[in-house]
Design a protein around this ligand. Sequence first.
Ligand code: GLU
Length: 593
Amino acid sequence: MKLLHILACFMLAGAPVWGQQAADTVAPEGAGAGLVQVSPAVRAAQDAKADGRAVVAENWMVVAANPLASDAGATVLKAGGTAADAMVAVQAVLGLVEPQSSGLGGGAFLVWRDGATGEITTLDGRETAPLAATPRLFQDAEGQPLSFYDAVVGGRSVGVPGTPALMQSAHDRWGRAEWAGLFDDAIRLAEDGFEVSPRLALMVAGDALKLSRFESTRAYFFPDDGLLEVGARLQNPAYARSLRSLAEEGAEAFYTGDIARDIVQTVQSAPGNPGVMSEVDLAIYRVRERDPVCVPYRVYEVCGMGPPSSGALTVGQILGMLEPYDLAAMGADSAQAWRLIGDASRLAFADRGRYMADSDFVPVPVQGLVSRNYMKTRSELLRGDDVLPEVAPGKPEFDHSLNLADDAAIEFPSTSHISIVDRYGNALSMTTTIENAFGSRLMVRGFLLNNELTDFSFQSHEDGVPVANRVEPGKRPRSSMAPTIVLKDGEPVLIVGSPGGSRIIGYVVKAIIAHLDWKMDVQQAVSLPNMVNRFGEFDVEAGRVSPSLASDLAEMGYEVSRQPLVSGLHAISIGEVLRGGADPRREGIALGE
Ligand code: GLU
């Protein structure tokens, strides 16, 4: 079938060719099963997931979004590599087999808990706005915000990628294995070909129109002008060459020289929507170590990524507000429990929209937003049995006075989460992204470039008052990614994170509460139906949340909206043994030994 014919069929069939629907499309049950290129361990892990069982291990474990990626990480861990080594191998394979979600052209946040020192370190490998970007980047000549996809597709939305530098930085700090060897699996799969997974085939078909806008992207995803078929072998020699450069020369090979030149050329000459990134922007890119945000929750401490991510602050606020309430006694089926979670989340999202952004550019009241006193005041608002008629940002303690307007950033889900524990007791939680599914749709040297800059607010001011998350040169867009490590008595007990745009926050909160309060096994906690409230409407997972719970919430006064809610929660609980849970809504698996 030729491409135009395929597009016509999709349009006639009303298939989700455009936008979020495509990104949210659910992979068929047990997706990934049926492919032949898997080992017995992978098959066993897929069976466990299909039965709703956690994978159990004693020494090490890796959970990632694709069996081939988990397998690459397992090979490294088995050979004595650290969680940082395994992450490099996992990320290199994900960029090939799940190119819609993350890769060399994207960015990531990493939370590390060191087995030897007990220290938590957070690394910010977020994409960065070029120096030539201005607050008007996503506005038309009249200062009106562009429509989302007019901004996304092309060079304008591309931020300076951070993932290659983050891989290098994590390996420099915590690696034991030889750097170059960590790319072996990915290079082999790229050269020999890997089997196209059901999810990749579905997402390519669903995004055909945008993916065919640029020639190199179209040539890769529609070989011979046809659709990718599940199980077909897809080779990506250009990606293999990029990986070889990285393996031989380190991340430097990405930020200077031929690869950097090609990235800039592609961004600046994107037909119809060029961007302003220069080679200087790439050459000056740096991973930043940030202060971790750790918030107490009952007997636990929940640690994650601070600004420019809103992840840990918003997750921390929600949990902080819920602490006075006995969720354990209420249980997972209680509409009151979900009212509390839903309204705590609405209050946290109000603060997120007002105060959270890149703290190198805007003074973010990080301590004030999660202080005991402030959480107590906000939590009081949840007393009573009724849905809050309205929510507004609160007044956290500020170290400076600051007047900010509310944010209007749009985030659609793609992204990927990696959780790893190694034999040395190190724990790694990393969420990695190119933002929208297939990012900017621009492809260079075998990888896609992100559209992360559209995580900035398109609107820069409101009535003359600046928005915290407006575009500025060299700034990093606010994220929702929430790679998390939960500690008890200083020891890690849960590693978790998810894709899902700003719904990430609700997915992660659900998994934490399900595991810690409702005492669910890690696989059950991940699988539990998703229910998310960000701005008032209660999104409940279509076909999975019980009709009586949904109607109880509607009776309380919520507008209930049934949605696919495709999280990609990957979690490891750490106790006497390691237990891994992989989200049944996607293709990932847990592997351990
Ligand atoms: N770009 C989003 C963020 O950084 C993530 C998108 C997603 O999860 O799909 O928060």
